[in-house]
Design a protein around this ligand. Structure first.
Ligand code: PLP
Length: 367
């Protein structure tokens, strides 16, 4: 495709995000039925039945605009999290919170510091605003926080820390995070992207970042209903920050960015603690099982606090990806991140995990 001449010049270099393939597309392309998706870190158990009931109940209301302030969800979440209502900002997915942060703080020539590899959206959103990305390579799949700090200069506006990181899966400890936050100048905003918070919560040393909000006025915590809560398709996430930051973020938010069904479903999902527990149990058990089996196969597995695993295939991962697709299993090859021999696989239901392992075993023995 040719770049339309009068579009903003900086957009020419914006990378296009490549999502995991949808199930329907793989089934159509490969002439398959019952393909399984272990590619986008979704909840394999599906949404909470209570969320589904709330959606059904609200369907007759969709001729109305949603509540632009998310009043009921805001109050509920404020109680659940123990934060003030005005410190919460809602987004069309937490992706949108990340975009709001960039829109609010980054202009042409400003710098944004991220890790490498990390979540793609930070770079894309920065390029859209014509900012510059400064990438600090991870060290043995952990954040090099000293390296990041060393890159701070007068142009630095934002620092993104995905904790746990995607696609890596490792965490930053409370001790390291606190040290970092104390050293970063308070005019630079640090975004703590906690999309996998629910899965990581039980990990030793994982920070309870909400407690940092009183000491650090320059942090934005981003969380989502897309992962553990199983509502990816509805697009709803939120940011928690000092009310002054929340106020600024709301300036760049479109008035009805969170739809009516998403708001109702999120409230119900928060109430369905049994579904969340079931999800966490499945993921934690599946994570232990898959990691163990992959290691037994002689593969290098990166430690993870999430619902996915980064694994080194020891061979071209694009080929492994293609062969898995032929067997109706969708994972993510990591070549876009420069990890040519790695794949990222989302923990599925026990039968899905086994189907994946069996297929992978066959593929790796033949190659
Ligand atoms: C999945 C993910 C998100 C957000 O997803 P949404 O569906 O937009 O809420 C944010 N950050 C990371 C690191 C993720 O993996």
């Amino acid at each position: 495709m040719e770049f339309f001449a009068s579009a903003k010049k900086n957009l020419a270099k914006v990378k296009n995000y490549q999502p995991g393939k949808p199930i329907e597309e793989v089934e159509r392309e490969y002439g398959l039925k019952n393909a399984i998706k272990m590619a986008s870190n979704e909840n394999a158990l599906g949404p909470s039945p209570k969320a589904l009931a709330a959606i059904r109940k609200n369907l007759p209301k969709i001729h109305r605009y949603p509540d632009g302030n998310c009043f009921y969800l805001r109050n509920k979440l404020s109680k659940v999290l123990g934060v003030s209502a005005e410190s919460i900002v809602f987004g069309n997915g937490s992706d949108e919170i990340l975009v709001f942060a960039v829109r609010t703080f980054v202009g042409p020539g400003d710098e944004v510091i991220i890790a490498d590899p990390t979540f793609m959206i930070y770079e894309i959103a920065t390029q859209v605003e014509d900012g510059s990305i400064v990438k600090i390579p991870m060290r043995n799949f952990h954040y090099d926080l000293d390296g990041m700090k060393g890159c701070i200069n007068h142009k630095t506006k934002l620092i993104f820390l995905a904790n746990p990181d995607n696609p890596v899966g490792t965490t930053i400890s409370e001790k390291d995070l606190l040290k970092f936050l104390k050293e970063v100048p308070q005019n630079i905003v640090v975004v703590l992207d906690e999309a996998y918070y629910e899965f990581a919560k039980g990990t030793k040393g994982y920070p309870d970042s909400i407690r940092f909000l009183s000491d650090f006025k320059n942090i934005i915590i981003a969380r989502t209903f897309s992962k553990a809560y199983g509502l990816s398709g509805l697009r709803i996430g939120f940011g928690i920050a000092n009310p002054n930051i929340a106020y600024a973020l709301n300036k760049v938010r479109e008035p009805f960015n969170v739809n009516l069904l998403a708001q109702a479903a999120a409230i119900a999902a928060l109430d369905d603690t049994a579904h969340l527990q079931k999800t966490l149990q499945m993921v934690l058990a599946g994570r232990r099982y898959l990691s163990g089996e992959l290691k037994t196969m002689g593969l290098r597995v990166v430690d993870t606090a999430t619902n996915f695993i980064l694994v080194d295939m020891g061979t071209d991962a694009n080929q492994v990806h293609e062969k898995l697709l032929q067997k109706g299993i969708i994972i993510r090859p990591m070549s876009v991140w420069g990890l040519k021999t790695f794949i990222r696989v989302t923990i599925g239901k026990p039968a899905e995990n086994n189907k994946f392992l069996t297929a992978l075993n066959k593929i790796l023995k033949r190659s």
